[in-house]
Design a protein around this ligand. Structure first.
Ligand SMILES: Cc1cc2nc3c(=O)[nH]c(=O)nc-3n(C[C@H](O)[C@H](O)[C@H](O)COP(=O)(O)O)c2cc1C
Length: 466
């Protein structure tokens, strides 16, 4: 089924209005190119690069040749906030063998990457004093590639968490959960990574609490025993401790977090989902979900968390939702599903509007926090009109793209030179980047991910991978 059929912004506007959705399109662009003040720094425009793993590090975790290439293309393109991608704080918490991993040993190459990125940006755009560069630090929890490292059981999610994918064996109720001792020492691994990131020259670190990775899972770990589970205080202990430790030890680095405001539930083949729910009831665990109907959001706790993190000194919150492992349409509305995924269960405009609605709810509750919004790329070259609309109506502070910028790294340059985006360079949300990220069968155990549709280098890699 073809979803994206619009020739003009008016065609898109008409469909949005027919569906009764709130996606404001403003074709007179102004706010997107205006500076934004972030934690006392002036950031040159309101367009950001969202974290996008290229699964292209060396096996050691150092940025590889293709990492440098990607970051160069981003840096030259003109977005003024660059949110560097998922970088592991521990070996066992890496999502794949080519995920960036920041340690004393790999530190030098990260420092080189930062310096190079600034130089490229300065050479291409004339000024890097208004360019903000951050790094996302993470532990992949149940999605760690060596084995699932889970904070809490959740029967629906356990039933899609593979211990041995080839044999089809998933996590069951006998599978161990991470101990409090492990989590306590992991707080210091986050602190160490933040120290190294700051020393390498990153302006901010993102403590990743999204997409159902470990820190996200802890937020919803109601049935976990011990000091990191159960009560609100316990479930938020890890993030509060890490933020406090970083504030005390590395006061110069800004703290950001990418936060799931709604995990959703796995949409398994209908029968399995029904069986799982009827056996164990609706899931008690999960963040931002309504416990009467876990397929729906309840933003009470996410809003409360943003209040608490703000009070602790967090300056930037990037709003996201869903899990790439079981409901990727929530996180990244798409035209075509990735290999092995189910197709969009709703028209992508609904998924886009959900992103905008929940992001607006966070921004309107916290007008003094820099809120980043996502989920724009399916709108292709029209995304920038929605960005302008949302910025003007105070529903977001900065708009980022993930797949969009991977396909079209020089979009801001084009926008500034021609006043519009080129449809022939825009992302078409065909999930080829995700397919590459999931392609494992080469000598390094992981193919690099990039835009196989718009970038000849990755088109070639795609042919090898598939
Ligand atoms: C190949 C790929 C890699 C991604 N890597 C990350 C990542 O490292 N960290 C993260 O928070 N999100 C990651 N995402 C999610 C994107 O940042 C973004 O939230 C998502 O694609 C939706 O935004 P978009 O519609 O602009 O693409 C990734 C998505 C894809 C497709």
């Amino acid at each position: 089924m073809k979803f994206f059929t619009y020739k003009t912004a008016d065609d898109l506007r008409e469909h949005i209005s027919a569906l009764g959705l709130e996606i404001p399109l403003e074709t007179h662009l102004k706010k997107v190119l205006e500076p934004v003040s972030v934690g006392g720094r002036s950031v040159g425009n309101a367009l950001a690069i969202h974290p996008m793993e290229g699964t292209d590090s060396e096996l050691s975790g150092e940025p590889g040749e293709l990492t440098f290439r990607r970051w160069e293309r981003y840096a030259a393109g003109g977005c003024k906030l660059f949110w560097g991608e998922a970088t592991a704080v521990s070996e066992e918490g890496r999502a794949n063998p080519r995920q960036l991993y920041l340690t004393e040993t790999t530190y030098d190459s990260f420092a080189r990457l930062v310096e190079h990125t600034h130089t490229v940006h300065r050479d291409a755009r004339g000024d890097d004093s208004d360019f903000l560069l951050g790094l996302q630090i993470t532990h992949s929890g149940r999605w760690s590639y060596r084995k699932p490292l889970i904070a809490v059981h959740n029967p629906l999610v356990d039933s899609v968490t593979f211990v041995d994918r080839k044999k089809g064996i998933c996590v069951d109720e006998s599978y161990p959960v991470l101990t409090d001792d492990y989590l306590e020492s992991l707080e210091d691994s986050f602190l160490n990574a933040a120290k190294l990131a700051s020393r390498a020259g990153f302006d901010f670190v993102d403590l990743k609490e999204c997409h159902t990775y470990l820190l996200n899972e802890l937020l919803g770990a109601r049935t976990r025993a011990g000091k990191y589970g159960g009560s609100w205080e316990n479930r938020t202990r890890f993030i509060r401790n890490v933020v406090k430790k970083i504030r005390e030890t590395v006061p110069n680095v800004m703290i950001a977090t990418r936060l799931n405001v709604f995990d959703g539930i796995p949409r398994l083949p209908e029968e399995t989902a029904q069986k799982a729910v009827s056996q164990s009831g609706p899931p008690a665990n999960g963040f931002g979900i309504s416990h009467e109907n876990p397929a729906q959001a309840d933003l009470t706790e996410p809003l409360k968390l943003v209040s608490e993190l703000k009070a602790l000194g967090v300056k930037i919150v990037s709003v996201s939702m869903g899990s790439p492992y079981y409901n990727s349409y929530l996180e990244r509305p798409m035209e075509k599903p990735a290999v092995g995924d189910y197709p969009q269960p709703e028209h992508p405009l609904y998924s886009v509007a959900r992103h905008f609605e929940y992001t607006a709810a966070v921004q309107q509750a916290h007008p003094d926090v820099i809120i980043l919004g996502a989920g724009y790329s399916w709108l292709r070259h029209f995304f920038v009109y929605a960005a302008e609309g949302n910025l003007r109506s105070g529903r977001v502070s900065i708009v980022g793209t993930g797949r969009g910028i991977l396909a079209y790294p020089d979009m801001v340059k084009d926008l500034m030179e021609t006043g519009r985006l080129n449809p022939r360079k825009a992302c078409i949300a065909d999930s080829h980047c995700t397919n590459l990220m999931r392609a494992k069968g080469n000598a390094m155990g992981q193919f690099p991910a990039g835009c196989a549709t718009r970038d000849a280098l990755y088109a070639k890699i795609y042919k090898q991978a598939y």
